[in-house]
Design a protein around this ligand. Structure first.
Ligand SMILES: [Zn+2]
Length: 175
């Protein structure tokens, strides 16, 4: 089947597919499309599965969302060559999910993530980026040293308690 190009940037509607399919709209199981993204993003080029929703004569054509596999009347490009329904588009990214994690807020994940972004090969790495990267490395190391210090204090205290208990000598290595 020839590729169909949708009329509106960034989206494809089941009605567009129905028009493009013509006589085969009632039976086609998929359609090959190019959906141009808006704002200079990458277009989606590929095959979309089709499903029918509703019963009897009122059955309507819908796409099967490539991400959640639910029937949808409208799909939106993601600007990276993909396409998904509006519900999936609102789904939070991995980075957004991590932002609520304790490790992201307090254990250096945020600084490490920023450091990796600064040091990406396509980054031009001007002087201020290198300075920022060095600052992040210093912060990460200082944070690790602080956490290690806390752990060392706890271990030290635990060892003192153990060695003060009766019979602790049995734990010592023979001379
Ligand atoms: Zn979806």
């Amino acid at each position: 089947m020839a590729f169909e190009v949708t009329p509106v940037l960034g989206e494809i509607r089941a009605a567009d597919a129905r028009v493009a399919l013509g006589d085969t709209a009632g039976t086609a199981s998929s359609i090959d499309v190019m959906v141009l993204a808006d704002a200079g993003g990458l277009p989606f080029v590929g095959r979309l599965d089709l499903v029918r929703i509703g019963g009897g004569p009122g059955r309507h054509l819908a796409f099967c969302c490539p991400r959640c596999r639910e029937p949808r009347r409208l799909l939106l490009t993601d600007g990276h060559g993909g396409i998904r329904c509006s519900r999936c588009a609102r789904a939070r990214t991995k980075r957004q999910l991590r932002r609520t994690c304790r490790s992201w807020k307090y254990l250096g994940d945020r600084e490490f993530d920023e450091l990796l972004r600064l040091l990406r090969p396509r980054s031009t790495s001007p002087a201020h980026k290198r300075q920022r990267a060095q600052l992040l490395v210093d912060e990460l190391l200082a944070g690790d040293r602080d956490r290690l210090g806390v752990v060392a204090d706890v271990v030290d205290a635990a060892l003192r308690v153990v060695s003060a208990e009766p019979g602790a000598g049995a734990l010592r290595r023979p001379a």
